[in-house]
Design a binder for this molecule. Structure first.
Ligand code: F6P
Length: 402
């Protein structure tokens, strides 16, 4: 009797990022070497059931995708599998939906299903695993906010984009002696802002993990003026709460289960202009950070993730996610993998930034110039002198499929 075809399924879920195609290619090549067929489910988890939609993947139709942004399989961060995240905010998936997924996997003879996603998507995988569906996870997100891996793929590509933006803003800021505010993504983690700020010569970096005040931001701008630097580059993470603790969000549409962050950059710019009369402009980088080709680092990382995900399937290590723990590729249970990681205010990158005189808006720098706020400025919470926030997120923020 002919042996049944060994088959691996793969899908890309949540917000896209550079490197998804590199993982797909890595999986296909490695799977073929080990004698597996591969099918790719379309539009994330949606393609798994009602209606099942997938395409066969092979060396031919994945050739040339290593350096392509986006995902050839499509993805979604909403739909029937959304709102199912967070270790502490778990929402149960519809059991019928999960049963349907299981049937699909059995009917297609899937030996292992590789789910490429962020915390929200991997939380869905965890529920699949609990129902006996053979899943393995691959950590994806530009936000770099998964705790068990040193880096997620996509992160450095986003940082590259934000750094390039800062390089460009630098020259125009200098020419016009302006303050330029760059708002970057990252949800409730300040990794993109921190790394881009350091790489792009930012002067002020505002992140969700460090409390900041407008007084301190203005003081940093004026201190630069005093040193003859007539322009300032400010990088602000979209999730950086205002000094009063408010998160700046966009209006949420009915079909959106998660809050959309955005707008803090404009508020920061307006307040700087109002307080010190310095001409200020804002750039919201937005989805440019998610598009385009992956950097070389992300290509290597994504390719390794792909190959190691196949290895996990061969070893039948289901319910695990591949992780990069330099210099090795390891794996951790999905339950551990979906813990969020945010910037530690004492980490070496923050320390180095401070050593260079970069301000985090928390008054933790030895500035020679004391700024006196205008009398009509609303009283701000006192500078926290570098105190970190222990709870940077609210419950609502866990309802994402990233
Ligand atoms: O999680 C990735 C991310 O790009 C976040 O940085 C950002 O807040 C969010 O997704 C944007 O989502 P959407 O594509 O739905 O606007």
């Amino acid at each position: 009797m002919a042996e049944a075809t060994k088959r691996i399924g793969i899908l890309t879920s949540g917000g896209d990022c550079p490197g998804l195609n590199a993982v797909i290619r890595g999986v296909v090549k490695s799977a073929n070497v080990h004698g597996y067929d591969v099918v790719g489910f379309l539009k994330g988890y949606e393609g798994l059931v009602d209606p099942v939609s997938y395409i066969p993947l092979n060396n031919k139709n994945t050739a040339g995708i290593l350096n392509q942004g986006g995902t050839i399989l499509g993805s979604t961060n909403k739909g029937r599998f959304a709102a199912t995240v967070g270790v502490n905010n778990r929402v149960e998936l519809d059991p019928e939906l999960v049963a349907g997924v299981k049937t699909t996997c059995e009917q297609l003879n899937i030996s292992g299903l590789i789910c490429i996603g962020g915390d929200g998507s991997l939380a869905v995988s965890q529920q699949f695993h609990e129902q006996g569906i053979p899943v393995v996870g691959v950590p994806k997100t530009i936000d770099n906010d998964l705790s068990s891996t040193a880096f997620t793929f996509g992160f450095f590509s986003a940082v590259f984009c934000a750094t390039d933006a800062l390089d460009r803003l630098h020259t125009t800021a200098a020419s016009h002696e302006r303050v330029m505010v760059l708002e970057v993504m990252g949800r409730h983690a300040g990794w993109i802002a921190l790394y881009a700020g350091v790489a792009g010569g930012g002067d002020v970096i505002l992140i969700p993990e460090i409390n900041w005040t407008f007084d301190n931001v203005c003081q940093a701008v004026l201190a630069r003026e005093q040193r003859g630097k007539k322009f300032t580059l400010i990088v602000v993470a979209e999730g950086a709460e205002l000094p009063g603790g408010e998160l700046v969000t966009q209006e949420r549409r009915a079909d959106q289960k998660q809050v959309r962050l955005g707008g803090v950059g404009n508020i920061v710019a307006a307040e700087i202009e109002r307080r010190i009369g310095k001409e200020t402009r804002t750039v919201v980088l937005g989805h440019l950070q998610r598009g385009g080709a992956p950097t070389t680092f992300d290509r290597v990382l994504a390719t390794q993730f792909g190959a190691h995900a196949v290895r996990l399937i061969i070893e039948r290590k289901f319910g695990h996610m591949v992780t990069y723990q330099p210099p090795n590729m390891e794996s951790v249970p999905l339950l551990e993998a979906i813990q969020l990681s945010t910037v530690c205010p004492d980490c070496s990158a923050v320390q180095a930034a401070r050593a260079l005189g970069i301000s985090f808006g928390d008054g933790c720098t030895d500035l020679p110039f004391r700024y006196t706020p205008p009398e009509d400025s609303a009283a701000e919470p006192c500078s926290t002198n570098g105190a970190s926030k222990t709870q940077p997120r609210t419950a609502d923020l866990h309802t994402a499929v990233n």
